[in-house]
Design a protein around this ligand. Sequence first.
Ligand SMILES: Nc1ncnc2c1ncn2[C@@H]1O[C@H](COP(=O)(O)OP(=O)(O)OP(=O)(O)O)[C@@H](O)[C@H]1O
Length: 410
Amino acid sequence: MAIIEVNHLTKEYQLGHLTSAKETALNALRRLTFQPTLERERFKALDDVSFQIEEGEVVGIIGHNGAGKSTLLKHLANISKPTKGEVIVRGSVAPLIEVGAGVNPELTGRENIFLNGAILGIPKRVIQQKLDEIIDFSELEQFIDTPVKRYSSGMTVKLGFSIATSMEADILIVDEVLAVGDLSFQRKCFDRMEDLIKRQGRTVLLVSHNIRQIQRLCNRVILLDHGVIHMEGDPQKVCDRFYEQSDKKIKDTMELSSSKSIGSGEIDLMELYFCNEFGKRTEDLTYKKDCSIHFKINVIHEIEDLTFGFGFHTTDFLYLTTHNSEEQINIERIPRGITEITCNIKQLPLLPGIYSIRFGITSGKSARTIFYGENMKHFQVIGKIPITIRDGFFALDAKWEQTDANTAAI
Ligand SMILES: Nc1ncnc2c1ncn2[C@@H]1O[C@H](COP(=O)(O)OP(=O)(O)OP(=O)(O)O)[C@@H](O)[C@H]1O
C-alpha cells in the first residue's frame, strides 16, 4: 500500500480583500435586504491533483513560483486542509516547511528538540540519546539554551533541519531548506540528505528551485504548473521539460525588454537577425551548427575607417565573448544608405540557453564610438546535450589523448 496517497486534491484560496468602503456598505445593504453578498474571487492553488508515493521513494516537486509546491507540502504535512479531495499519509512525518516551521520561537533550541520528538511520538529516552548529535549537527552548542526567537533565520533553519533529519520519521518533507544557511552548512545538509536517502532508504519529498539537486537526489519528479501536475516521472525527462519551460519564459519576457544603445547619430541599426546553416532566417540557433548574424544599418552620413564588432552576453550581462578579435571587421568606407554586414559563425559553441547580443561600431584609430548597444537581440540556442554539461556557456572543441604511459612506476 502506498505510504502517501493524494486523491483529487483541490485547494482554493480567496483573492484580494473586500476593503473598499463602498463594497462593505453594499454588502451591509444586501444583507439587510436578504440579497446574496458580494463574493471575493476564488482561485485554485491546487486543482485536482492525484498521485501516490511508495515507501522509500524520493520525490522531487518542481515548478515556477506560485505553482503550488508549498501548498501541496502543507497538505501532506497536515498543516492545511483540502477544499476538495483527500490526502492519506500512512506514517509519521517530519516536516521542514518554511523557515522555522515546526520550531516554537518561545522555547529554547533544546526544548524544541524535545517538543518535536514528542510530537512524533519518540520516547524521551531516545531523544536524550540523540540530543548531542542533533546539537552538534546544528552548530548551535553555544545558543542551544537561548529562546529560538533570538536566533537568526539561518540559525532557526539549522535547528529545524537537524531535528527533522534526526528524528527518524517515516517520511521527511523538505521545502527549499537546502538553499538556506551558509554554504558549508548547505553542503552538510545535502550530504545528510544523500545519506538518509541512499543508506537509510527514507521516504522523502523535496521541493527545490535547485533543479540540479533535485535531479541528483530524487528517483521521481513531479512538475507542477498553475496548480496541476504538468508532468511526472523520470527526473531527467521532467527536469528537461522544466528547463524548456523556463527558457521559453525568459525568452518571452526578454522580448519585451528594451535594449540600451548610444550613438553619434551617423549610423542607425535598423535590423538584427539570424540565419541558420542553410541561410534561412531563424529565431533559434542550434548548438554546434553554423549560423550567421546580420546587421542591417542605415548610414546617414558617409563615414570612413569603420570597425564593426559584436559579442554575446548572458541575460544578466555576463560578457561571454570580447568584440575585438575575430568578431570584428574593418571597412574602409560605407556610402550613405542601407547596408547589411554579416558575420558567419562556424559550429556555434554556445550551449543551449538564452543569450543576448551587443554590437558596436567605431571609427578611426581613436575608436570614436559611432554606435554601441547591449541587449540588442535575445536569442535561444537549442540542441541536445548531455545533462552533465548543463552548466557553463561554451563547449570547447577539445580532444584528450594519453601522451605518456609510464608503466615502470607501478
Ligand atoms: N494562505 C494563502 N492565501 C491566499 N493565497 C495563497 C495562500 N498561500 C498560497 N497562496 C497562493 O497560492 C499559489 C501557490 O502558492 P505556493 O506557495 O504553493 O507556490 P510555490 O509553488 O510553493 O511557489 P514558490 O516557488 O514561490 O515558493 C500562489 O499563487 C500563492 O500566492
